[in-house]
Design a protein. Structure first.
Length: 479
């Protein structure tokens, strides 16, 4: 409502903005799509019109000298165009360059504007957040989905790819019940994200238009931490780090890579800068030597293989975790098909707290797995292991399968085991891509999902952080 009031006020105003796109419309007319660094940045349109405010030569000169990514300061007024059109533009009277994108980011760094993708949250142009996560590029959408599901109330926006950086940034606003520090510390201890998360930045959710603005604000935050504050600087993307370090040195701010008390963070995401400081303990594990931000301690439970994390993540994202934890003493019999070397069997015993785990695989299990009292290894093919299951005459409460076989064979196995499953049994299956093409795998997967729905309810496909050429299916046996 405030900016609508400004539109009704035709008096000249001064604005600062980032140029997102240029649109030329003839010799004396052009439009600049811009991002305004307000409390919640929003897009607007600057109008360059040869006439009373600017001459045609002025418009031509501005079109030639202003480039996308540049930050500008302008004077003008809001107006509606002639006719019945509803759009509103800011008609320029004067324009000055504030920050040239090429001077800060280099001539080889191309600027391309794209709104952060907030997925189901649909938050349009929100580009401020109290946490920014730097992660592996191919995994960023999976990490966003993971954070939404594991931390309810958290909003996540995937930022556009950064030129010259293979990683991606994830804008995270934790739920009101969780502080940024608590969120980052919980995430650092989460074994599911160890292979995905690169760095975490705790920030003020305020946009800074220029690097100079951001550095000035960051130095104020550092000074507020007191005279004993010693900083370690972390910057995303990394190519800006040297400029930040040089500014700290000019301001005589103590820096140290190991013996620091605070982490000073600066990010360039969504066409705006953001800064923040955090105490050392907020981002560094207690047993770290100072070089490993988010270097969380390894989980105490033996993981045997990376597959352990897949089943742990499946439980965390399934919506079953509270129900499983409430079972006393826990699910009864769990069957792990294709168990070798035993990562999923360990997870069933330690995370799912199953009373007994049958690990069926002709391959060997790791010594750490065979030493677990509740794990029984059946060194046979799954077809032969069914005879033992029938003889035991015990219902199977949890069935999992990460075997290296095609997904139609996985459904053959499920159909054979189904009569032995208890009502509402938990089912977790990995559909391996054994096909020659993605299209062929997609067609085969759709057929098997149809078969799965005939046996189970609550069928759901999830791309886990640890999935590569595969996908994970979760369901409950219909019984």
């Amino acid at each position: 409502m405030l900016w609508l009031a400004c539109i009704m006020d035709a008096s000249p105003q001064q604005l600062r903005a980032r140029v997102l796109r240029k649109r030329a419309r003839g010799k004396g007319l052009a439009f600049l799509d811009v991002l305004l660094p307000e409390a919640e940045p929003r897009e607007a349109v600057f109008v360059l019109s040869g006439g009373d405010e600017l001459s045609v030569d002025d418009v031509t000169s501005i079109k030639a000298t202003v480039h996308t990514g540049d930050a500008v300061s302008v004077t003008g007024c809001w107006r509606r165009p002639p006719g019945d059109r509803d759009d509103v533009g800011f008609y320029l009277q004067k324009l000055e360059m504030v920050e040239a994108h090429a001077e800060v980011h280099g001539v080889s760094t191309h600027f391309c504007w794209q709104r952060p993708d907030y997925g189901p949250d649909d938050l349009r142009c929100r580009i401020t957040a109290s946490v920014v996560l730097q992660c592996s590029g191919p995994q960023v959408h999976r990490l966003a989905e993971y954070c939404r599901e594991v931390y309810p109330g958290t909003t996540c926006g995937v930022a556009a790819p950064q030129n010259r950086s293979p990683d991606r940034a994830l804008l995270v606003q934790p739920s009101p019940e969780m502080t940024a520090t608590t969120f980052v510390r919980d995430l650092a201890r989460d074994v599911n994200v160890h292979g995905v998360l690169r760095r975490a930045f705790i920030l003020e959710p305020v946009a800074c238009l220029t690097l100079a603005d951001a550095l000035a604000r960051l130095l104020v935050l550092v000074e507020a931490n007191g005279p004993d504050c010693i900083c370690r600087v972390q910057v995303y993307p990394r190519y800006l780090e040297q400029q930040v370090v040089q500014e700290f040195q000019r301001a005589a701010c103590p820096l140290h890579l190991v013996s620091f008390t605070h982490v000073a963070s600066l990010t360039w995401v969504g066409a705006m800068y953001a800064v923040g400081t955090a105490p050392r303990e907020a981002l560094v594990a207690e047993d770290s030597q100072g070089l490993g931000i988010l270097c969380a301690a390894q989980p105490k439970t033996p993981t045997v293989s990376r597959a352990y994390a897949k089943l742990a993540e499946a439980l965390a994202r399934s919506g079953w975790a509270v129900e499983v934890a409430a079972l006393d003493p826990g699910p009864g019999l769990a069957v792990d098909i294709g168990a070798s070397p035993g990562g999923w069997s360990v997870c069933l015993a330690s995370v799912w707290h199953c009373q007994e785990v049958w690990a069926i695989d002709p391959g060997q299990l790791a010594p750490d797995v065979t030493g677990i009292d509740c794990v029984r290894h059946l060194a046979v093919r799954w077809q032969d292991g069914l005879a033992d299951l029938r003889a035991a005459a015990r219902p199977v409460d949890v069935l999992v399968c990460d075997a290296n076989m095609s997904c139609d064979q996985t459904l053959d196995m499920l159909e054979a085991v189904a009569p032995m499953l208890s009502p509402r049994a938990y089912v977790v299956l990995t559909f391996k891509n054994t096909c020659k093409t993605k299209h062929e795998f997609h067609e085969l997967k759709c057929q098997q999902v149809t078969r799965l729905r005939a046996l189970c309810t609550e069928v759901r496909e999830v791309q886990l952080l640890a999935n590569r050429n595969e996908t994970t299916m979760m369901a409950r046996h219909e019984g």
